[in-house]
Design a protein around this ligand. Structure first.
Ligand code: RUB
Length: 308
């Protein structure tokens, strides 16, 4: 096993790599490096290195089905291959990983292109945390000539909202930065809420940064449409077979470094937004209802639904 996998898993765990897509990209690249550097002498040894890497990467953040789907797909190609030659198998991992990364980039562009059309000139968009898919969509809307304004939350405790705010300012978008608890005070002023996703369940519920479900309830109360933008591969097939999506619990010290000793501090990284609060899911297949996710995934990526 290469050091790259260990270092990548650690970087993901520490949030040095952040956001579902970036996490998946880093994990795929680590697997690619493993394949390039392996000293495995036969298929069994190579596969066991890949599986060890898989376990380490999966454990780095548990609410990341895009990473899991990607890695599972790449490893399945090796398992299912009839060849025993390590050289050919290594090559297979490298080229499948490249292909996956290319497709991921194409999906994001397609999502941006589709989603940008939902933004009317002069709209005020509310977002939370940092989703590279959301910011790409906003950049595309701007490029298409739409005049837009953004309101974004700081996103306690890790302040990913600052990444969004910086990107927007660099794009030349008029942006207002608020504390998370001010969301309701600003909801009346927005036209559209656009959020990312870490995971989508078989019922069309969306798992995203903690606070997302509160924003969704507020949007519902204010009768403002909320869109989730996400690659279909953030769908978690395990949820179809009964599992709950696991919610990553992070270190309480991220919330309060020097908290009184006996104080119980909780730090869940994500929450679940029920599909009824979601106006539409913007994915590479178009604008769909979150409830149709299984059908759409089945059409586009049938291998995801193969029970493992
Ligand atoms: C980031 C987050 C993002 C999604 C989608 O959480 O919740 O909205 O990951 O991002 P964290 P993307 O900072 O804890 O990883 O669209 O880039 O995949």
């Amino acid at each position: 096993m290469t050091e790259t996998v260990r270092v990548t898993a650690e970087r993901i765990r520490k949030l040095e790599v952040q956001g579902a897509r970036n996490v998946a990209i880093a994990a795929i690249k680590a697997l690619q490096t493993l394949a390039e550097q392996t000293k495995a002498k036969n298929k069994t040894a190579f596969l066991s290195e890949l599986k060890e890497a898989q376990a380490m990467l999966f454990a780095s953040r548990e609410t990341e089905p895009l990473m899991r789907n990607a890695i599972r797909w790449i490893i399945t190609q090796v398992e299912d291959s009839s060849t025993e030659k390590v050289d050919a198998l290594r090559q297979m991992v490298v080229s499948n990983a490249s292909q996956f990364l290319k497709n991921l980039e194409a999906s994001r562009e397609r999502i941006a292109e589709i989603g940008a059309k939902r933004i009317r000139d002069g709209s005020v968009i509310f977002t939370h945390c940092h989703s590279s898919t959301v910011t790409r969509l906003l950049a595309r809307a701007k490029k298409d000539g739409k005049n837009l304004k953004v309101i974004c939350t700081e996103t306690r405790p890790a302040f990913q909202g600052r990444i969004t705010a910086r990107e927007m300012v660099e794009l030349g978008v008029e942006t207002t930065f608020i504390v998370d608890s001010a969301a309701r005070s600003f909801m009346g002023n927005v036209d559209l809420i656009i959020l990312g996703a870490d995971a989508i369940t078989s019922e069309g519920n969306v798992v995203n940064k903690i606070g997302t479900s509160t924003i969704a309830v507020l949007a519902y109360e204010a009768r403002k449409p909320l869109y989730v933008v996400s690659e279909l591969l953030k769908f978690d097939p395990e949820t179809l077979y009964g599992e709950y999506e696991k919610i990553e619990q992070r270190n309480p010290r991220e919330v309060w470094k020097e908290a009184p000793e006996k104080l119980g501090v909780k730090n869940p990284a994500f929450d679940v937004t029920p599909s009824k609060y979601i106006h539409g899911l913007i994915c590479e297949e178009g604008v769909i209802t979150p409830q149709s996710i299984v059908e759409v995934v089945h059409r586009r990526y049938p291998w995801v639904l193969k029970h493992t």
